[in-house]
Design a protein around this ligand. Structure first.
Ligand code: 13P
Ligand code: SF4
Length: 359
């Protein structure tokens, strides 16, 4: 039962001491988060993986692409462990490396050689991938002069990319790409969406030539559920409500909200409110519920009345956490995530560019 699992996790952690560090994303359930030595959004967890050099193992309570990122940024002999290998991300799966390679080739057919700078020193296209993508995709981006972004630095990263390229190919999340570019003043007609089912010729060549940001067709199945109707209803029922949503939400939802930002932005905005405030939040339910419990002086609720957990984040059950920790105690290293060297080097380059990008 839950108490027994809690005790097993605590006992194994006690035995392992500094040899292991447990990291957890904000979307993890409370029974997992309470055992995490470090909790954060995907940017903070990537930074933490780079900086926590001492531990032999990082037990990563999040999803597969985050564990891969931790492996890329942590020390060479640190093992990164994902308690349940089935914890993936449906959005990350929407950018398949073969499809991206094909898209890149077809863009070159329309726009000319993509790695050759023009007179002003900028290449025709810089690829930018959201953190929520496989290491293979990050490697692709690294090999083609591109960069990774997260929801907390997407604008800074797009500015970095526009200093080096005339256009950006942004994947996998169309919404983060569209919302961020729109916030920078890019017109919607300059953001065509790449259509993988209509290869060369089917995608409008003029639209690609005149584009600023070419969007991929991916989305987050959790955040795309939020609607403008939900916001209208929250405003009708709670006059004065502050509506904050994640930028993975559709554009109309971000436009109708008062603010949009990463999970850490949402957390900090609520922490900074000095007056009792009503917040309607458009993001994953575990984070929203935790914030509601943490800040009882405010009224905090999820915009979606039907609960919306991220089903893959939820696959990190405390039972798996107990199991991997006990295996470590026994000297075994289960569920290790290792990015192969040929992918790791360019992927790390793309991540390091992100960590170095400044506003
Ligand atoms: P952030 O952690 O960057 O807010 O991203 C949210 C998310 O969907 C993670 O999968
Ligand atoms: Fe992927 Fe969305 Fe879940 Fe994040 S919340 S892991 S983007 S499905």
């Amino acid at each position: 039962d839950e108490d027994e699992l809690h005790a097993r996790i605590a006992a194994a952690k006690e035995t392992l001491g500094d040899r292991v560090i447990v990291m957890g994303h904000f979307y993890q359930r409370d029974e997992v988060v309470q055992h995490a030595d470090y909790v954060g959004d995907s940017f903070q967890l990537a930074t933490a993986a780079k900086e926590h050099g001492r531990a032999e193992a990082i037990v990563f309570c999040g999803v597969h692409f985050m564990a891969e990122t931790a492996d890329l940024l942590s020390g060479a002999d640190q093992a990164v462990i994902l308690p349940n290998l089935a914890a993936g991300c449906s959005m990350a799966d929407m950018a398949d490396i073969d499809q991206v390679e094909e898209c890149w080739e077809q863009l070159a057919d329309v726009l000319g050689p993509l790695d050759v700078p023009d007179a002003d020193g900028r290449v025709p296209v810089i690829p930018v991938t959201y953190m929520n993508s496989s290491a293979a995709i990050k490697g692709f981006v690294g090999r083609h002069g591109g960069i990774v972004c997260t929801s907390s630095n997407a604008r800074t990263v797009l500015e970095w990319a526009f200093a080096r390229g005339r256009r950006v190919l942004f994947f996998p999340d169309q919404h983060l790409g569209r919302n961020t570019a729109k916030g920078m003043g890019v017109a919607l007609e300059q953001m065509p969406m790449w259509n993988p089912r209509r290869p060369l010729g089917g995608n409008d060549a003029d639209a690609l030539v005149n584009s600023q940001v070419i969007l991929w067709h991916g989305f987050c199945s959790v955040h795309r559920r939020f609607t403008v109707d939900q916001i209208d209803q929250a405003r009708a029922e709670h006059p004065g409500v502050r509506v904050i949503v994640h930028p993975e939400c559709p554009m109309e939802v971000v436009d109708a909200a008062d603010e949009a930002g990463s999970t850490d932005y949402i957390r900090k905005a609520i922490a900074a409110a000095t007056e009792p405030t009503t917040f309607a939040v458009g993001t994953e339910i575990n984070l929203v519920r935790r914030l509601a419990a943490q800040y009882p002086q405010h009224e905090i609720f999820c915009l979606d009345p039907v609960v919306c957990p991220c089903s893959t984040m939820y696959r990190i059950h405390p039972g798996y956490l107990a199991w991997v920790l006990e295996e470590l105690v026994a000297g075994r290293t289960p569920n290790r995530i290792t990015v192969p060297a040929d992918v790791a080097d360019p992927a790390r380059l793309a991540l390091e560019r992100m960590l170095a990008a400044r506003p």
